[in-house]
Unconditional design. Structure first.
Length: 214
């Protein structure tokens, strides 16, 4: 890939990363309610999910998800139910994660949630299917290798951007959480945000609609 195309690709990834969506809401909600560590771990969970999603795309399995309504529905219902369950737990147990071990556990849970949420979100698979091929040049060599390289670059750039957003949201949350009562309400707000994202995932349209929205 020439330098101009690479810069265009990276710029597009940055713009798409900062565009409001489920990933951004999860990171900001975690940062404000539970701190920088939880938000950064959520972003890292998205990053790790890419090492599953990109090979699936390179092998052509993302196209199977896009064309198979049943598989698409299984993923979105499973992902949506998981996010809503985690959100309800945050709402019900708000204010209890005060001790350091509890904060560490929530950071680990945040990474797991980021990974699962991204992996079970069929829209992210379909989005990769619609976005990455625009920068693949068959005459330049192995298409599979190009997909893998582009996917890794995309995930690294997204991690850097989302990591910055996570630190910023966590810093704001740290100031707001100086009041224990306010901190509990912020955690409830983050839980409601997770429920809303999960509900949006469940109510999302069919694969062709997801490609159009992506």
């Amino acid at each position: 890939m020439d330098v101009v195309t690479l810069l265009l690709f990276v710029s597009a990834v940055v713009v798409l990363t900062v565009t409001p969506g489920p990933d951004l809401f999860l990171i900001v909600g975690r940062g404000i309610a539970q701190g920088r560590a939880a938000a950064v771990f959520t972003a890292f969970g998205f990053f790790l999910a890419g090492f599953v999603q990109v090979p699936l795309l390179a092998l052509g399995l993302a196209g199977v998800v896009a064309r198979n309504p049943v598989l698409f529905d299984v993923l979105r219902y499973g992902g949506g139910a998981y996010l809503m369950w985690r959100g309800l737990r945050m709402v019900l147990h708000a204010g209890q994660g005060v001790a350091a071990p509890a904060r560490q556990a929530s950071a680990g849970a945040a990474m797991r949630e980021g990974f699962v949420a991204s992996l079970l979100n069929p829209k992210s698979h379909v989005f990769l299917l619609a976005f990455l091929p625009q920068f693949v040049r068959p005459e330049a060599g192995s298409v599979m290798v190009q997909f893998l390289v582009l996917g890794i670059v995309m995930r690294v750039v997204a991690l850097l951007v989302e990591g910055g957003i996570a630190l910023f949201a966590g810093s704001i949350g740290q100031r707001l959480r100086r009041s224990s009562r306010l901190g509990a309400w912020l955690e409830r707000l983050a839980g409601c945000l997770l429920v809303a994202v999960g509900l949006r995932l469940v109510l999302m349209g069919r694969p062709e609609d997801a490609v159009a929205r992506a």
